[in-house]
Structures are given as C-alpha cells and as structure tokens.
Ligand binder design. Structure first.
Ligand code: NIG
Ligand code: FE
Length: 391
C-alpha cells in the first residue's frame, strides 16, 4: 500500500474544486488540511477533521495551492540575447527576427549543452512552484535540429510541442513555400513521433493565415493537436484560426478585435496570456479583463525564451497580470493553475480535487493573494510533485 501524508495547519488552501469547497472558483478552505496518498490527492477539508496518516507535515499557518501549470515555454535553446534586450530597453522595437540569433546558437550546440540549459531552467521553474510545463522546438528549423529538440524535451515532459513553423528557416528566406512544404512533409514525419502538439507563429514576418492553416491541418492529420502563437505583435487571423481548428490554446492574444474576443468566448480554445513577453518587449499589455468579462477561459504562462520573455517565474507573471492586465489575484492564481491545465486539455492537474495528481506549492505567506501583493519576493517554500516533496 502506498504511504500517506497529511499537510495540516494550512491557513489558506486553494483547491480549484468549487463543487466541494464553497462557491468561488478557487474552492478556498481556511484552516485546512490536505492528504496525499501515493501520487494522488486523497482528501481535503478542515484541519480539525483531517484523517490519520503515516506522516504529518505542519504548514505553519501558510498557504497551499496547486502546482503551477506553465503551458507555454521555449526551453530548448542555446546562446544569449542580452544585447538585444539591452538595445530594446534603449528604444529598438522587438521583431520576430531575433529568433534567428538563437537558431544559429542552437544548431551549433551539442545535445549535452542543450540539455544542461534545459535542466537548469526546469530546476529554476520548480523552485518557483511550477510542477507541469509545456515546451517547444522552434530554434532548430532543420529536420534534424527540430527532431533533436523534441527528443530532448520529451525526456522531461509529456507536453512537447513541434514549432518548426516559428520563423521561415534562413536557408528558405527566398522560398517560404518551400519551407512550409518541408515543415508539413519531411520535418513533420521526423517530429510527430516525439510531440503531442503542433504550433505556428502566425504573425507578420513569420507565417500568414493560409500557411498556418496548412501547417496545423497537416499536424492534425498526423495526430498532433494544434495550439497557435496568435495576435502577439499585430491584429491578424491567428486567434480565429485557432478557434476554428479547435486549438487547445491561442497564445499571446495581445491585439484582439471584438470578433476575436467573441470567437474565444464561444469556443473551447483557451486564451493564454504571457505577460513576461509584454514586460520584456515593453509592449502593450493584453487585456485579460476584456476576455474574462466576455466569458473566455484565460491561462497565464511564462513564455520563457531567450528573446522576448526570459523569465521562468509564474509568480512574477501573476503579479504582472494583476497589476497590468486587470485580473484579480484570485483570477490570476486560477489562470496560472487550472487555466494552464485547460490550455493543455488536462484534467489531472491544476486542481486539488480527490484523485488529482498531488502537485502542490507551499507559500511562505498566509494566502495566495501574496503572490501579487509581494511581487518579486521568493515566496515558494515547498513543492510536491506527484506526491513527492521536491523543494
Ligand atoms: O512567444 N512569438 C514567437 N516566439 C517567442 C519569441 C521567441 C524569441 O524571440 O526567441 C514568443 O514570444
Ligand atoms: Fe512563445
């Protein structure tokens, strides 16, 4: 029989299980306890009613919430773009072109170098409470380099995304149609076995609506599920294409028409907002309030990448979303946990209902609101992943 642990004396427990606990979406329990059995949640409720278990952990009047679900990152890369960031902070605009710098460095790196960088970033994210992450290829842009990125990523997560259509590979600068043919042909053949998702950067300077549709449709035919980098730098067809293809997520959603908002509100596609990107590119903030008020499902994620958002911190994204994007602290915490799970179409994570995977974050604070109230402070003081304490 698997061993059981009770965490008691929790001042605020976020379960995201409103059917069992109260009427707010966070399913809050005060003076709470949670029981972990093996890798699953076995019980949640009042601390005074907690059942006996093999092991007991005293949370000391602090807050516990589901581990963060970071549903959008680009962690397989090499090289450094400090100078690009520095120049941007002196006034140079962000463009998709910077991706080429990372492509050159990534192609030149050994597998060991790429994996060391990936492992370092994952450890960094874990210390900040991230227990599930999605990550993408997209800095290889050859058949071999894209497949290699996905193989390396798949050693660390099930949520692997083929993003051969990040930009047109430099070798195909004069022949974008040839590159789309490669991505939907030989590259897809080599990459599909290693990935769950397919993504396209649908943007001026990257791929237009027709190209994005061709790539996502080809991916679907190979059993990959779509997600889309949509409407980041300008208005465009990305969001509506994502909804039309029943993509799990339309990511960025910075420049939205009313029709885009209506489409997101009317479909199953989650609007994943990435405030680290707007912070690091000094761009207009996405309007989370407008999406929430329309009834869309919103996720928050880091977009961790060396160019537009070099942060692995979900707490930082929560603080930005509250301060700059019109979200309440409750909404931001939901979006960084349950919202991320929706964006990955996962029902086993992002909440602490009985039977969920035991992924929990213990804060050195009495409530989840402190994630926004105390920006920049390292509040995560404990992390359990699949029932095992890892921080
Ligand atoms: O999500 N938008 C496209 N891709 C990344 C940026 C990648 C880069 O600049 O290296 C993003 O922001
Ligand atoms: Fe991205």
């Amino acid at each position: 029989m698997s061993s059981s642990t009770v965490i008691t004396n929790i001042a605020t427990l976020v379960t995201n299980d409103p059917s069992r606990h109260g009427d707010s979406p966070l399913g809050l329990v005060r003076d709470a306890a949670v029981v972990i059995e093996g890798d699953r949640i076995a019980w949640t409720g009042a601390s005074s009613k907690a059942p006996a278990t093999d092991k007991r952990v005293d949370a000391g009047g602090r807050a516990v919430l589901p581990g963060f679900v970071d549903s959008h990152s680009h962690l397989v890369f090499a090289g450094d773009r400090t100078e690009e960031f520095n120049a941007r902070m002196s006034g140079r605009p962000y463009s998709a072109g910077g991706i080429r710098t990372t492509v050159a460095a990534t192609r030149a790196a050994t597998d060991a170098e790429l994996e060391a960088n990936l492992t370092r970033l994952l450890a960094e994210a874990l210390r900040q409470g991230t227990t599930t992450f999605e990550t993408k290829s997209g800095y290889g842009l050859t058949v071999g380099d894209e497949a290699r990125a996905l193989r390396l990523a798949a050693r660390h997560t099930d949520e692997v995304t083929f993003l051969g259509a990040h930009i047109v590979a430099p070798e195909y600068a004069e022949d974008p149609a040839g590159y789309v043919a490669l991505v939907t042909g030989e590259m897809l053949d080599a990459c599909a076995p290693h990935a769950r998702w397919i993504d396209v950067f649908c943007e001026q300077g990257a791929f237009d609506g027709d190209q994005a549709r061709a790539i996502l449709t080809a991916g679907k035919e190979r059993g990959l599920h779509p997600r889309v980098h949509a409407n980041q730098l300008s208005y465009g067809p990305g969001v509506q294409l994502a909804v039309e293809l029943d993509a799990a997520s339309a990511d960025h959603c910075t420049h939205l028409t009313d029709a885009d908002v209506d489409a997101l509100a009317g479909g199953r596609t989650v609007a994943t907002l990435l405030p680290g990107a707007e912070f690091s590119t000094r761009a207009q903030w996405p309007d989370a309030r407008r999406l929430l008020d329309a009834g869309a499902t919103v996720a928050l994620s880091t977009d961790c990448n060396p160019g537009s958002s070099f942060t692995s911190s979900m707490p930082f994204c929560i603080a930005l979303a509250v301060r700059e994007m019109g979200m309440t602290p409750d909404e931001a915490v939901w979006s960084a946990t349950a919202g991320g799970a929706r964006a990955l179409r996962r029902t086993d994570i992002g909440h602490l209902a009985v039977g969920a995977r035991a992924d929990l974050t213990l804060l050195d604070a009495p409530s989840h609101v402190h994630l926004a109230y105390r920006p920049g402070v390292p509040l995560v003081s404990g992390v359990w992943r699949a029932g095992v304490r890892v921080v």
